[in-house]
Design a binder for this molecule. Sequence first.
Ligand SMILES: Nc1ncnc2c1ncn2[C@@H]1O[C@H](COP(=O)(O)OP(=O)(O)OP(=O)(O)O)[C@@H](O)[C@H]1O
Ligand SMILES: [Mg+2]
Length: 1021
Amino acid sequence: MNAAKREIKVKRVSSRKRSRDILKTHLTPARKRGGGGGGGEQCPRNWRLSSIMADIKAVEYCSDSEDLFGDYDSILEDSSLLAKLDDAEQNERQRDLQTEAVDQRDFTTLRPSKDGEDILTDSILDGLGDEPFEDLPASQLDFQERVHENAKRSKLQDGDKTSTPFRNSDVDRNTEDKTKRQMKARRSVTDQLKRTMLCNAAAPSEVSRSVVLKEAVVSEEINVAMQAIETVSAQTTDLGPFFGLPTKVKELIYKLRGIKSLYDWQETCLNLDCVHQRKNLIYSLPTSGGKTLVAEILILRELLCRKKDCLFILPYISLVQEKVRGLASFGLELDFMVEEYAGSKGKFPPVKRRNQRSLYIATIEKAHSLVNSLIDTDRLDNLGLLVVDELHMLGDGSRGAVIEMTLAKVLYMSKMTQIIGMSATLGNIKDLQTFLRAENYTNDFRPVQLKEYVKLKDTIYEVDPKDEECFRFSRLLNFKYSSAMQKIDPDHIIALVTEVIPTHSCLVFCPTKKNCENVAGMICKYLKEEFLRHREEEKAVLLRELKDSGNGSVCPVLRRTVPFGLAYHHSGLTSEERKLVEEAYSNGVLCLLTCTSTLAAGVNLPARRVILRSPYVATDFLKRSQYKQMVGRAGRAGIDTEGESILILQDKDRTTAKGLLCAPMENCYSNLMHDEGKGLLSLILSLVGLNIAGSVDQVRDFLCGTLLYVQQKQLCAEKSLWDVVQHCVDQLKEKNLITAAAADAHGESLQVTKLGKATYKGSVDLTHSDELYQDLSRGLEGLLLNSYLHLVYLVTPYDMISQCQPDWMIYFRQFTLLSAAEQKMSGAVGVPESFVARKAAGQTVKKSVNLVAVRRMYLALVLFSLLKETNLWSVADRFQLSRGFIQTLLSSSSAFCSCVLHFTEELEEFWPFKALLTELTRRLSYCVKAELIPLMEVAGVMESRAKQLYNAGYKTLTHLANADPAVLSKTIENLYKKQAVQIVASAKMLLNEKAAALQEEVDDLLMMPTDFPSASQTRLT
Ligand SMILES: Nc1ncnc2c1ncn2[C@@H]1O[C@H](COP(=O)(O)OP(=O)(O)OP(=O)(O)O)[C@@H](O)[C@H]1O
Ligand SMILES: [Mg+2]
């Protein structure tokens, strides 16, 4: 066959192969790929596959690229390649003869069984017990069996410890060999090419030890992931009984969530005509109404039946992590990816997956970047469904503006993407409906009845909106207070809480963080000894865990309150402490939390009784929505028969409180104009940057689809919206973020500048983009590289600067500890030692100094100390800052670092930053010992848990993915079975994700370019 013919043949065959592959699971195990023991095989398949993958992985995780391209060069120069191509051609000819038969076979295997039985359900759910969490989902059991098999096998086979996939038995092997022989015949030339290249790539003349290690690790990871995926296979053809989903979904919901049947409203909502027609929908119900489950069922339907990706937006990182953990098991069982987009996690654009769908679970900010990157790469149509939890956050300052931009872009750019919003009840839902062109479903269902009360002096009144007074007498508080006690607890909090604890749970919302700590301490003083004996051992374990999480230190307040079953909960705690406290409360070990309003908006921690210590948050009177969210925590479904809330009122607040209790719900307004129109500015910049709009006219056209447009009468009273738009465009031009070319019929044509592109790609605040550019440019002139300080300074977020006042003595002491080079660098960025020294000495400084730089350097010193010793507690102590603040600083810095990285990637002059910031992002994201990082990549595994796991022998992601949750929960102190199941599932999911991403990369690399010049073209030229 001549060269031209061969070329055409190659292309035809590869496309045919690809179309068939769509029907299979993506990550076909190596043996199914035709890499089996047939002739022509010149190297052990897994070893070679892994070696190329190890190298690709290095692009992501190592700044050292020594091995990245050498292997590919060697492919091009390898004279054996042609011989192997010939070999492939032989096979190809044979394959052609068998094509028809093979196609037939492929389709019959995919055909559902005759009697209509649900194959998936039978094969996978066999292992599920009747009770939730009694045992594990079948895929995990299967997974473990294989691990045990493998362990047995590796004992027998010395030296083959990492790379070979597990096999079941000799019988299997015989059948497998037979299948392989058949498979070999239908192997495509593409496959041959791939294998050949893999073989060559994996045969370097000298292999460094690090490369071998990398290979071994990646190979192991891929093997495990393949095993996991193999257990599922794409059999989701039963699209029936459970709201169009396989029966298996229903069983999983019971198994993993303990939910046996849906609430009536949930059924009604899922059966709405508009839902069947995939129209956009907003549904609003009170807190704890069970909104999430409806969204999850719709997501599963989109993933499994329509085979489209989904994006689920949640407001906080902790909620994203909780959801990732909760849905990972569904992903494993039903064969879709669950990808975390929070903090510094998430890839832009997301990894392309040919044969698997992805569920992106994202914070508001990350979701926006994700949608931008999908638009940028023309992949938005793959997004079938976008769900926004807490949709009323549209009205929440700059974050609300980001949600609005994201939704408006999706509405404008993709007609096929369905939008679902969940919300608490709102006054002006009609506005949101118009914006989203959505239907609305509202219901006031609560699984547990809520009774609202207020307390005035020693009387309890029940809230009754129909009553003229808004509340009516219920009972007198019957509690004898000594005069000393009356002084300490004038609001009778102790009386109110001891009516429910320790048997039932109680939340006490306090106006400030300090107040939370004081109230918890105060209650403990008057609790009887018997409180100490309630779940004594578990409380001791909790204290030990708190101590571990603090590297030996425990907060003195918690040390005193936990033995009584009490704790406080606010942002001054580290996220690890918060999580421990939350878990202990959920499990009844703690019976009371004193907390700030953030708890109501974040995690789902219901209580029998909710007490609002006062109707204030700091000095602001509560908003109705905040009040509703707090009291909504009362009543635990399935545990309490009713929930009750008590708002403690002083006489002076009586009248104002009526509005709080009985007024209609608040309205939600667009925030694009918030903070001097910052949102609108950045929206217009990205519209131009993404080529969504190329002129002012087109910008206007886009804006007609925003909430701001719907509400322009209320929000743009002084200036028309179009004047505002023109003003924004002018501002962007002034800032050199966009430029305008000569006018045509649509007005001047707008284009984004390089700085503008970097700004929106990095999600950098417009007010800081110029400053960031200047800082980075100056940085390049004399970047200090023998210390992290300079780089850390460059990624210390601008918006944290105002949140911290330096303590000059501490500043000076830390400054003197710096090396000469570090001090010099500090002087160069505008923070000279003389200034800090004078301030520490209490002297006035006449010379003008850039105070922003001075404060920023102070925060950079905090981060620098943290990077050096990784102990949050001692750094908090040294800088006299709360450990919660330091942790927030750290997480904001790691997020900003990844923003700066994306920013620099768009500007050639900043090329050296790429490698540096990639590593720094990782260091800041996991400010722990390097060995713990792989474990902490698993959603929700924090440092002390990672340490426990590591010490128990679960040292890598692979160890964790192979763990038996039952064993894990027995081995690891205070790890509940449910948590263990979630950790293992998340680890497996992450492993799958990594392996699949590597596989996609390999496939991309080896795929024949679609625009490859054909032989005839070549002849013509
Ligand atoms: N059909 C059901 N049967 C039993 N429990 C359910 C059902 N649906 C949801 N739940 C449970 O009810 C609890 C509250 O549900 P969910 O978090 O979805 O409430 P929500 O409406 O989103 O409230 P919020 O506004 O507070 O976020 C969860 O623990 C959930 O598992
Ligand atoms: Mg919710």
